[in-house]
Design a protein around this ligand. Sequence first.
Ligand code: KIV
Ligand code: ZN
Length: 523
Amino acid sequence: MNDPASRVRIFDTSLRDGEQSPGCSMTPAQKLRFAHALSELGVDVIEAGFPASSETDMGAVRAIAREVRGATVATLARCHQGDIEACARALEGAVHPRIHVFISTSPLHREHKLGLSREQVLQRAVMGVELARRYADDVEFSAEDALRTEPEFLAQICSAAVAAGARTLNIPDTVGYTTPSEIRALFEYLRANVAGAEQAVFSAHCHNDLGLAVANSLAAIDGGARQVECTINGIGERAGNCALEELVMALRVRGEYYGAHTRIDSRRLVPTSRLLSRITGMAVQRNKAVVGQNAFAHESGIHQHGMLKHRGTYEIMRPEDVGWAQSQMVMGRHSGRAALSDRLQTLGFALDEAQLNSVFAGFKALAEKKREVFDADLEALVLGADKRAARGHRLARLHVSTGVNQDSLPTASVQLVDADGATVSEAAVGDGPVHALFAALARATGLALEIDSYQVSSVTTGDDAQGQASLIARVDGVEVTGSGTSTDILEASALAWLDIANRVLRTRAAGAAEPERRAAAIA
Ligand code: KIV
Ligand code: ZN
């Protein structure tokens, strides 16, 4: 089973296809943090971004290329000279760089998106791969909308890409249109009809528009794919991409059936999933396979009875094998700085002296309030410290009062310190305490957020668990997410609101409007 021919490479595109989808944008520091977590998880390739889309993405990819070791670092480019050169610049310093070039191949995209004939598309693909090969030995070619492309043309363009030097051929189901039997047959056809097929790794990249992304990726493996492109929690354009955790566990649990394996450390799946939700503020649905809260919960009496007799009656994998056990208590108020640093390193956080000091101060304060500090609490502390260190408004004081009778009007007052150290205080009333709080923050920052979604969940378990507030808001027509964590859910809510406000104010200050970046991003 562990022979090289049965190994499926995991290409994670959470930081590119995932990050460019609504509600999932990350700061460069967050992207770097998450890239380290992916490396710990054991992914083979990290697609770090699309450097030509913005200077911000270029900076984030550069940092990942310099710092992350072990995994191959890939970057995306259209078959344009400028995009490919931007990839080459971004990847300077990477130990294993890969340039990933793509062009649309389906009749619909050729005619309506590119306005190019088959021959022109073919020429551009060859030009793109050849140029990319001047900068990197490892070049991947993707035929966008491959599943709606004429199979003979797909075989022809893939043959030309191999001849031009591509060593990975990615066959994306860009719009989530295919079915398992269709995609398996296509991979079999391509392996038999692409000239030089034996020199290339075939790769699947399935979107989830019909909820089939994981099933289609597994069928592609049956058809001979040996790389799968996927994202943590299945984030990605529209309905998302193939969920990494589901694909990996399907191959683990049904390894004999698929005759394929990955080198993912499955015990890191839940911590990596939670880290991503905490960074993006995008919660995972409770009944999501593998990483959802209910994935291993047994409520009905019959199931509980069966479980008590034999776990195998209702569980096909053990929660600890996918990382659920990792939220055990790890530290308390007597734990020292060295123990904290050690634990953070195990969790994949490489902090400098100043960052460690800030997290240690937060840890001590938290340990005074909570008896037990879990891994998830530590992750929330590190991310909170990142947010505090980023330029923007900081919450200095907060007071909220509320009541249910007519004499008590929900009222909130806040004091903020802005990036230049100036203090501003404001107060407001509202329909409820959260409404009043958000109104006071809007006055203090001069920023109007149109709230689309507001959720509070607990970071760990127990009466004294920290609350995480997750917000999705619309600002100037663009969706932005934010999150905040505290043992006080009103403070967590204020921090989530400020997380969004600070992102918006930083983007405005940099003059790099988010809509422009998104317009440049690709499916
Ligand atoms: O979905 C898609 O076709 C893509 C390509 C750019 C690989 O994301
Ligand atoms: Zn995609």
